[in-house]
Design a binder for this molecule. Structure first.
Ligand code: CEZ
Length: 826
């Protein structure tokens, strides 16, 4: 077969062909071999790799597998830098040209044959491959359903030639090593499915009763009767290996079952295709409790009508991720960041990722309290009602002592697991900090007077009192110097040995406590929340006292240290060989007011010199290369990975947010742009621009070769803060008690920005422009000049035209538009 001429397609591109559903396309399975997309619903998530590997799990209610790795998988969370290997779970299609005997596998693995054309396409609610080879056009598509536990696959093949073709298609779906107690698989004629059966391993009698409801079967169901089938992984593979499975040498698969052998789902469809003829197949794959459940799924999702309905309802579900802002910047035109796709990322992909975090809580049943509160801060930009519910749930699990729980239990049987069994000292700071976004978006002060009980007391207290109890608890959890005890960690989970003996303190947590206190006082003033004068004064005083204590004990020359260990050793200073400078204390000293202007300038200079990389700012430097026993497990992580000095985006976005508060608009935008995945940086990060990852490899000076690589982990607290920076800071369209405050913080390079802001159900079409004609923000609302910078009396359902002019942002770091300082002049 002569190869078709290769059209010159860009490696990565954005396809706008379908309005509202831009796709990101990748045209090679080898250039970014780890590139993935992800789909989810309320009960399952799948991460789909461009080569066909899939990492998936569902909730029952704890995370469980239905497509396993070949060995016994220990239950764990989704890991950073997930790695793929030959027998990694996947959904593959072997394709045999029966006329020539040649075999390939699609979309690429396991045979790795170079294909004439390859395109991996990530839509908002589906993932597809469009492939050409053997004179055939093949399209493979997967989507999920809104609520059920099933992957819906669609495979179509079209003969592009003038000749009749004889082919065999063999979907190969990994079931893998299900259980050491019991596993098997066979073809079920009635269901037209391969059904694998297992018993989740357990030993305690009590688990028997719990596990009874488990979905221990995995099914692979087809709309077309197969010519033959295979359910035995080892036999299928034979001596040929996955690269050349022995079972494919025969004309027909031998209908082999698995009996306490590793199951697999393979079907063979022998098909003749006349010139230009096409054929399509529908497959369903997922976990089930029993055959009856599989039959229901079959009924519900198999068939043309069912398929289009499912696609639509799943599309509608994902479309709920629409957030409160759409922008149209000049960044696409190459004059700003040069980030082709800047608008697409902010308008679609980031809200989609934020919705995933807020709506399904990263598919955990006991999200860490700090994650739960921050993820739901993002929800305030999408469905503020959900934020309200989440915050009420979080405080209902607070102890009467004021201590917030390690994790919020979302299910009656849920238990605190993994990291949530370790005591962290920071959970109380997040609520007041994140609550401000909820109030800014909704102005719903009624939340503050909701009466809510406690985990250990039925006595109800107002939401506001819950916050104050959390703050009182934090104020009391301080040492003789007035610094916050760190216990076995703060925001930084693996910093577990600084204070495990009960004495070590955290600079970051002290500053975060000061910031939480100040934020609460500011909210009380702004939203007229009733607080006793005495409490208010006490909180203001406590915040100042903490700031001074941090300055007294932890300011070391040019920046703030990270803490003091149980033995009284100050760390995170120039005296250290590794871990000299940490980002978080600097960012939060800017937020809490601990750092004065001179200190800020020094800190920023030190960060720029020691922490900045082409992919953003690292969390600390130099990365630790050996265990430090009075710091902990963070120092045992690989240098440049996760908290040990990666560009940990959650920490980087705190810094960016702090820079915006300090009016450092140019620097903030520069770092924000570095963080964004883009077409331009995809080859460096190895990731497609559809989510912000939790980190990029750091240790930039120590391990430059790996620096910048994405973790490919889309679970990250970065999302809501990044969106907050976009809405409240860059666009400066921030809610306040009286209405919408206008205070854009454009960088010098971004002269113009337009878009639409949904605010308390009013719709504002806006333009923001830097202009040499003005020295402060000037505003026209429906062509009427507004005095001051707050839009009051916006009506729900009304459309407005908003024209904003801001003074030119100087090349230097401080921005002219900030000079207005957000003051309102009514
Ligand atoms: O998890 C995150 C946590 O979910 O690490 C952040 C923390 O603020 C988030 O709440 C910073 O420590 O070693 C560990 O335990 C790690 O800390 C991970 O669990 C970490 C990973 O990035 C996984 O998402």
């Amino acid at each position: 077969m002569p190869k078709l001429p290769r059209p010159k397609l860009p490696l990565i591109s954005i396809d706008n062909a379908v309005a509202g559903d831009n796709k990101i396309k990748l045209t090679s399975p080898t250039k970014l071999p780890n590139a993935t997309g992800f789909l989810w619903n309320s009960s399952m998530v799948m991460q789909v790799n461009c080569r066909g590997y899939v990492n998936s799990q569902f909730m029952q209610p704890e995370p469980a597998k239905y497509s396993y790795a070949p060995n016994m998988e220990a239950k764990s969370f989704i890991q950073p830098e997930h790695s793929y290997f030959t027998h990694h779970p996947g959904r593959f299609f072997y394709l045999k040209d029966e006329d020539s005997g040649e075999i390939i596998s699609l979309p690429y693995e396991p045979m790795r044959v170079e294909l004439d054309k390859f395109s991996f396409e990530l839509g908002h609610s589906d993932i597809t491959w469009s492939i050409e080879h053997f004179g055939l056009h093949i399209s493979i598509k997967v989507n999920l359903t809104k609520d059920d536990l099933v992957e819906c696959w669609f495979f179509s093949v079209l003969n592009l030639t003038e000749k009749t073709k004889n082919i065999s298609i063999y979907p190969y779906f990994t079931i893998g090593y299900m259980s050491w107690m019991n596993q098997s698989a066979s073809y079920n004629e009635t269901l037209n499915a391969i059904v694998a059966d297992s018993v989740t391993p357990y030993q305690k009698v009590t688990d028997y009763f719990k596990n009874k409801q488990f979905k221990d079967k995995t099914f692979f169901l087809s709309d077309t009767r197969p010519t033959a089938w295979h359910a035995n992984q080892k036999v299928f593979e034979g001596e040929g290996g996955l690269h050349q499975p022995s079972a494919l040498q025969a004309e027909l698969l031998e209908n082999v079952e698995a009996r306490y052998e590793t199951p697999v789902a393979v079907m063979q469809f022998k098909q003749q295709l006349l010139a230009s003829e096409g054929k399509s197949y529908q497959f369903l794959f997922g976990p089930a409790k029993d055959e009856a459940e599989i039959a229901i799924i079959k009924e519900k999702y198999l068939g043309h009508r069912q398929r289009s309905q499912t696609e639509k309802s799943y599309r509608d579900y994902i479309a709920q991720s629409k957030a409160c802002l759409t922008i149209n910047s000049d960044c696409d035109n190459g004059n700003g960041t040069g980030n082709n796709g800047f608008d697409d990322f902010f308008n679609h992909w980031l809200p989609r990722q934020m919705f995933y975090h807020g709506d399904v809580n990263r598919l955990s049943t006991d999200p860490q309290t700090r994650n739960y509160i921050q993820d739901n801060m993002g929800m305030a930009f999408i469905h503020a009602q959900q934020t309200r519910k989440a915050y009420i749930l979080a405080v209902s699990q607070q102890a009467i002592s004021g201590a917030m729980p390690e994790g919020v239990l979302l299910h009656q049987d849920a238990q605190l697991k993994y990291i949530n069994q370790v005591p962290h000292a920071d959970h109380g700071v997040w609520l007041p900090i994140c609550l401000s976004v909820y109030l800014n978006e909704s102005a719903d002060v009624s939340l503050l007077s909701e009466m809510i009980a406690f985990a250990d007391s039925t006595a109800e207290q107002s939401f506001a009192s819950h916050i104050e109890l959390a703050l009182d608890y934090l104020i009391n959890a301080t040492d003789h110097r007035g610094l916050s005890f760190i216990e076995q960690g703060d925001w930084c989970d693996p910093m577990n040995m600084v204070g495990y003996q009960g004495k070590g303190v955290s600079a970051w947590l002290s500053l975060a406590t000061a910031y939480a206190l100040t934020t609460w006082c500011d909210l009380c003033v702004e939203y007229d929340i009733s607080i006793s004068k005495q409490k208010y004064d006490e909180y203001r005083f406590a915040a100042q006292a903490i700031n001074s204590a941090v300055n007294k004990h932890l300011w070391h020359g040019q920046w703030f240290a990270r803490g003091i260990t149980d033995d009284g050793r100050v760390f995170g200073t120039n005296e250290d060989k590794e871990g000299k400078i940490f980002l978080n204390p600097q960012s939060w000293a800017m937020l809490s007011g601990a750092a004065n202007q001179d200190q800020q300038a020094e800190m920023i200079a030190a960060i720029t010199k020691q922490l900045t990389t082409p992919q953003g700012v690292m969390m600390l430097a130099p990365s630790y290369t050996a265990m430090v026993e009075d710091i902990g497990r963070i120092t045992q992580k690989h240098p440049g990975v996760s908290e040990n000095g990666s560009v940990y985006n959650h920490a980087a976005i705190f810094y960016i947010y702090a820079l915006y508060q300090a009016g450092q608009n140019n620097l903030a935008f520069d770092l924000l742009s570095k963080m964004l995945p883009s077409l331009e940086n995809a080859q460096r990060t190895g990731q497609l621009p559809i989510y912000v990852p939790n980190y990029y490899r750091g240790a930039y000076h120590q391990l430059p070769k790996q620096a910048g690589r994405s973790s490919h982990l889309f679970n990250t607290g970065t999302t809501s803060w990044l969106y907050r920076c976009l809405v409240e800071e860059l666009c400066g369209l921030k809610g306040c008690a009286r209405g919408l405050q206008i205070m854009p913080k454009l960088p010098t390079t971004l002269k113009h920005l337009s878009g639409q802001r949904l605010f308390r159900r009013a719709i504002l079409n806006f333009t923001i422009e830097q202009s040499s004609e003005v020295t402060a923000v000037t505003i026209l609302l429906n062509e009427q000049k507004i005095t001051g910078n707050i839009l009051t009396n916006l009506q729900a359902g009304q459309h407005y035209q908003l024209q904003v002019k801001v003074a030119m942002t100087a090349e230097g770091t401080r921005a002219a538009s900030h000079a207005n300082g957000g003051q309102s002049h009514d």
